[in-house]
Every structure is written in C-alpha cells, then in structure tokens.
Design a protein around this ligand. Structure first.
Ligand code: RP5
Length: 159
C-alpha cells in the first residue's frame, strides 16, 4: 500500500528538523515517504512531485524548507492535497524568513503553516495524522492514546 503522507524538504540539511515529523508518524503507525525536492535547485523534480502526488496515492503533504522557502507554496499551487508547511530554522534569520515565506500565501492557495523548527515538524506529523484519522478510526484511537499519555507524563510538581 502507498504511504499516505509525503514528507518533502528543500535540502538534506533540512532532514534533522523534518525527521521530527517522521518520528511522530512512526509513533502513530502512519507510513510516509521522505524525499528531497528543492524549489530552487530541482524545480523540475518539484513540478513532477506536485503533479504526481495525488496519483501516487498521497493524502497529505508535509513540506519543510528554510530561507526563501518557496517549496510548500509551490507544491500547494500544483495539487489540491492538503499541504502542511514547516519553516526550517535558517542560520541568518533564525527561521523568521522561512516562516514569512511559507505563511503569507495569497487567498486561494492555502498552506497550513506550523511553528519554526522541530516543534513545527513534530506538529506537522501530528496534524497529518489527525487529518488521516478523520477517516481512520484505529488511527484516531492511537492519537487519543498519544494525547492521554502526554497528559499523564506531566508531573504536578517540579523536581
Ligand atoms: C532551502 O535552503 C532549504 O530548504 C534549506 O533550508 C536551505 C539551505 O539549504 P542548503 O544550502 O543547506 O542545501 O532551500
């Protein structure tokens, strides 16, 4: 069966961030396919991926990029699938550039934008799973279990 989630990123250097989405999906038992697709360095790969994503069987796309982060928006421009954008923390501007590049989409082409960096990537994994869980009861159960375990792990008093 095809993986329902595509995790794409602009560079190998984004993987230490984007792996947090992958790890979250692993925890929740959701299959994914991770790929490097650069809007600037591999524009034809970008077009091929975005045009083919639906046909490949993906249901949700998690796209992370840093700096002049055009990847999530360009993918969203070429597919009707939901695109979750992760602003990777850049060296020069700490990811403020990535965030603004991804979040400020014109009306009509949405990108669901998460927080900068690892928290955003982890939450993109969770959100992708939550989208899939609307039509997968077993996954919805695993998401509820994840939340319950997270709640139970919070101590009432600091040590
Ligand atoms: C972006 O440029 C990538 O998404 C990455 O975050 C950033 C830097 O890429 P490298 O120069 O490390 O390949 O396109």
């Amino acid at each position: 069966m095809t993986a329902p989630v595509a995790i794409v990123m602009g560079s190998q250097s984004d993987w230490p961030t984007m792996i947090k989405a992958a790890e979250m999906l692993d925890k929740l038992g959701v299959a994914y396919d991770a790929r490097i697709v650069s809007a600037h360095r591999t524009p034809e790969r970008l077009v091929d991926f975005a045009h083919g994503a639906d046909g490949e069987g993906f249901k949700v796309i998690v796209a992370g990029a840093g700096g002049a982060a055009h990847l999530p928006g360009m993918i969203a421009a070429m597919t009707h699938l939901p695109v979750l954008g992760v602003p990777v923390q850049s060296k020069a501007l700490s990811g403020q550039d990535s965030l603004l590049s991804i979040v400020q989409m014109p009306a009509g082409i949405p990108v669901g934008t998460l927080a900068i960096g690892e928290a955003g990537a982890a939450n993109a994994g969770l959100l992708a799973a939550a989208i899939l869980a609307t039509s997968d009861e077993a996954l919805a159960g695993r998401l509820k279990d994840f939340r319950a375990a997270q709640t139970a792990s919070v101590a009432e008093k600091p040590v």
